[in-house]
Design a protein around this ligand. Structure first.
Ligand SMILES: CC(C)(COP(=O)(O)OP(=O)(O)OC[C@H]1O[C@@H](n2cnc3c(N)ncnc32)[C@H](O)[C@@H]1OP(=O)(O)O)[C@@H](O)C(=O)NCCC(=O)NCCS
Length: 203
């Protein structure tokens, strides 16, 4: 079947989507491209950047399906401070036991995520006016059809219902496609870091 809008849908998260979150996360983790070859452990990126959000705030996790199968998602939290408290207390401790702290000279992609897992996650000061944050990832098939924009709209609509005042995200400087997308849908630069940029939107 052709990839037309007719067989594409956005729906709420269901627990059976969980393996697809890990898969889609990995397949878009190299500046938006497939990172399968870059990681020894295929679950690592999803353990930090996808699955915990669907556990913490499933009502804010939306799935893009193509012929009923997940091909993309938007997920995040309405309250980054509380999310990181939960992440540090309930989600990361068991992973810290599984993945040992890497050697300082270990520059592999796996090591970078394992360091994130071992560090305490926190909301940066400059982002405090933007309490919600998001991650959006689509496999190549449904990209460029306006579905990313629709997912952002769905996410923002839910945040507004919850009376949330602002939303932020962080994107790697090498992900130029995503940067253009975020600017197109209305995000403004909050701060530039060494390798990434924080974008925000007041709601
Ligand atoms: C980035 C991403 C979410 C965009 O979703 P999408 O469905 O492809 O984008 P849309 O079709 O909704 O595009 C919306 C607008 O952004 C623009 N846009 C989207 N991708 C773009 C790109 N790569 N380059 C330039 N502009 C782009 C579109 O031209 C469109 O503009 P318009 O409103 O004037 O028509 C999606 O391509 C994706 O998931 N990429 C891989 C994973 C990724 O990089 N995620 C972000 C991690 S921080």
């Amino acid at each position: 079947m052709r990839t037309t809008e007719a067989n594409i849908q956005i729906r709420n998260f269901h627990p059976t989507d969980l393996p697809y979150l890990y898969k889609i996360c990995l397949k878009t983790a190299d500046s938006g491209k497939d990172a399968t070859q870059l990681y020894k452990d295929p679950f690592l990126v999803g353990q930090y950047f996808a699955a915990p959000y669907a556990n913490f705030e499933p009502d804010l996790t939306f799935i893009l399906t193509l012929n009923e199968k997940p091909y993309g998602y938007i997920l995040g939290t309405s309250d980054t401070i509380n999310y990181y408290k939960w992440l540090n207390k309930y989600w990361l401790p068991i992973l810290r036991k599984r993945y040992k702290i890497p050697e300082q000279n270990d520059k592999t992609k796996d090591a970078n995520i394992i360091r994130l897992i071992h560090n305490e996650s926190y909301l940066k000061n400059e982002l405090s006016d933007y309490p919600a944050h998001l991650h959006i990832n689509l496999l190549p098939e449904p990209q460029g059809m306006g579905m990313g924009k629709k997912l952002i709209y769905t996410f923002i609509t839910k945040l507004k219902q919850l009376h949330i005042i602002g939303l932020h995200l962080e994107v790697g400087k090498t992900n130029t496609g995503a940067i253009q997308f975020y600017e197109r849908v209305g995000f403004k630069v909050i701060k530039e870091y060494d390798k990434s940029i924080a974008y925000g939107m007041k709601l």
